[in-house]
Design a protein around this ligand. Structure first.
Ligand SMILES: N[C@@H](CCC[C@H](N)C(=O)O)C(=O)O
Length: 282
């Protein structure tokens, strides 16, 4: 299987161009294999770049976490898919429509010398109804709901960007929080489809720092949908303004939640690292 390794703010996936390559028979197993940082290629999971199902769109993205679970959406991944399509002349356009598990999203590319540098994504409106996130926490949306985990209480704001996120604002972003409580919140019964967990420190009304424990992949250096959910949670909890810069371990993302049309816009980098071939057991 031919592949290309790419990352968005350090959130790294193995990408397969299914315009040319056959779709793997068991993508979940392939994701587990390629994501392994010792016995595989190394990455946070697998992303398939497929032809669109509707000829009016440009491509379709499917994403799999490192544990093989398929997610509806990947914010850093979709920027890399756009870069791949443009830089490799699969779809040589700077305005793209890409199908995802949460519908078709519009992307605008900033290019220089034939290569994509940054991508702006219309991430659509946040989903704020508890049943649709989904979570059993009270409120539509659940805002700062106390959740007790192993004797410690976290105030959780829940938001979906097509995939579920649990955001908690904290004073410092220690390893103990991310590794000690991330997996427990991810698998808490309040989240029937598990959840991505964001620990966030507010630096100013327009700037935050976050670490993320991702559903199915563990700690990653960045999460695009997570950063969108954090920007929304900052506004819902009156901590931040509608435009915010979010610092993640692997880089920065610019977010805006528009009051006019309720749409969240995410702008950030996308990078190609290397390409290769790997034997996939049949
Ligand atoms: N890193 C991604 C999100 C990937 C999927 C997530 N782990 C889930 O299961 O929902 C991003 O950049 O959004």
């Amino acid at each position: 299987m031919r592949f290309t390794k790419m990352h968005g703010a350090g959130n790294d996936y193995v990408y397969v161009n299914c315009f040319d390559e056959p779709v793997p028979k068991d993508p979940a197993a392939v994701s587990r294999l390629v994501a392994d940082r010792h016995f595989g290629i190394g990455g946070d999971g697998l992303i398939l770049i497929c032809p669109p199902t509707d000829s009016g769109n440009d491509a379709r993205m499917r994403m799999f976490n490192a544990d093989g679970s398929e997610s509806e959406m990947c914010g850093n991944g979709i920027r890399c898919v756009a870069k791949y399509l443009y830089d490799h002349a699969v779809v040589p356009k700077t305005d793209l429509l890409i199908e995802t598990g949460r519908g078709t999203l519009r992307l605008e590319l900033e290019t220089s010398g034939g290569l994509t540098e940054r991508v702006r994504v219309n991430m659509e409106s946040p989903v704020l109804k508890a049943a649709e996130i989904p979570t059993t926490l009270p409120g539509d949306p659940p805002i700062e709901v106390p959740l007790e985990v192993d004797g410690r209480t976290f105030k959780i704001t829940a938001v979906s960007m097509g995939n579920p996120h649990a955001i908690t604002f904290v004073d410092s972003l220690e390893d103990e929080l991310v590794f000690g409580f991330g997996p427990k919140i991810e698998n808490h019964p309040a989240f029937p489809k598990r959840v991505n967990v964001e620990f966030v420190k507010v630096l100013s009304p327009t700037e935050m720092r976050m670490r993320v424990w991702e559903r199915g992949s563990g700690e990653t250096l960045a999460c695009g949908t997570g950063a969108c959910a954090v920007a929304v949670a900052g506004v819902l909890t009156d901590r931040t303004e509608r435009r915010a810069l979010i610092h993640l371990l692997g880089g920065d993302l610019e977010l805006e939640w528009s009051e006019a049309d309720d749409v969240v816009t995410m702008t950030g980098p996308a990078a190609e690292v290397f390409s290769g071939e790997i034997a996939i057991p049949q």
